[in-house]
Ligand binder design. Sequence first.
Ligand SMILES: *Cc1c(COP(=O)(O)O)cnc(C)c1O
Length: 427
Amino acid sequence: MSGGYAKETICIQSGWKPKNGEPRVLPIYQSTTYKYESSEQMGRLFDLEESGFFYSRLQNPTNEFVAQKICELEGGVAAMLTSSGQAASYYAVFNICEAGSHVVLSSTVYGGTFNLLTVTMKKMGIECTVVDPDASEEELNKAFKENTRCVLAETIANPALVVLDIEKFARLAHSHQVPLIIDNTFATPINCTPFQWGADIVIHSTTKYMDGHAMCLGGAIVDSGNFDWSKYPDKYPGLCQPDESYHGITYTEKFGKLAYITKATSQLMRDLGSAQSPQNAFLLNIGLETLHLRIPRHCENAQKVAEYLEKHEKIAWVNYPGLKGNKYYELAQKYMPKGTCGVIAFGPKGGRSAASGMMDYLKLAAIVTHVADARTCVLHPASHTHRQMSDAQLVEAGVAPDLIRFSVGIENVDDIIADLEQALRKI
Ligand SMILES: *Cc1c(COP(=O)(O)O)cnc(C)c1O
């Protein structure tokens, strides 16, 4: 699909490819619905006998072109957009799970994902076992059950910055005949393509680096096409057995490698409706056009900020996988040799109160819930994003009470460091 183009070219050129006389720029198809000449043709669309657009809750051309671009960046076979990263995580799991299913979940995943799986989906009858991503394969093996249907983890965990040994997790998942789902939000396909290391499904909160400007919520799901659902019809009845809500079609038989995304679109999106607005998809596409320029700059700035903090007398600890001596340095070099992400975690001396005190003195770095956009921003997870967690859960998630999540932007790095310097001087 990508015609062998490099990621930089895919960022700019993929997705919308205008034909003769068509608009140069991706149009916003601001329409809920699509007109057809015959009633019979419309019927065939509803039966999934013919591909085409009929209602924007299921598919919209603007969204499809943007999904295609993300698909090519990840090296997948099919992709879809969702209204948020949360919706992407939910659909990615729920597409292959039902009441009675079991999920193996990395303990360091984003707080929202943790809550989704351990609280909300639990109410739907989907159980999960939370595992330490650094545990040995022998240990991790014990988490799998007969009803396990997938494994979910993040390339670089937000905000613990734990780098996942993707090959280890892929090997484990496959030895139990289940797919590995990777949330690749922080690394982005510019720094890491998990399919290359054996992951089967990739999900994104496009709200972060992909959008890059803190403008729009969004999510994406990409399928590598590598997991052969049809080998396990008893495990994945939703994909391998007739769907009564579509006159008994069987997704794996009818759509082959496109089965997973087709089902997620035509069934979950139809029934649950977390569709992205085409306006947002248009803005996301603009973000994607510069992703390959922004990400290296985020990483370069973050590296300098991490090195500055590491040497500072008022700093107790710094966690950034790009620092030599970091626990995840080697894994980061293997999976993300060009850089990891722009997010740093650190703790000032003086613990929790010094952490929140220092944040108030920052002028350039803004206190926001958001992370991973062009502007430098800062957050105290223990009192903000992760405040629903108990102290024990915080520790398990790799979030210390004094942890400051510092999302390094693409401003001039000297200005970012000067801002930190003046704030640190005051504590
Ligand atoms: C933010 C985030 C999410 C959730 O995405 P939303 O777009 O906020 O719904 C999921 N995973 C990771 C790693 C995130 O950083």
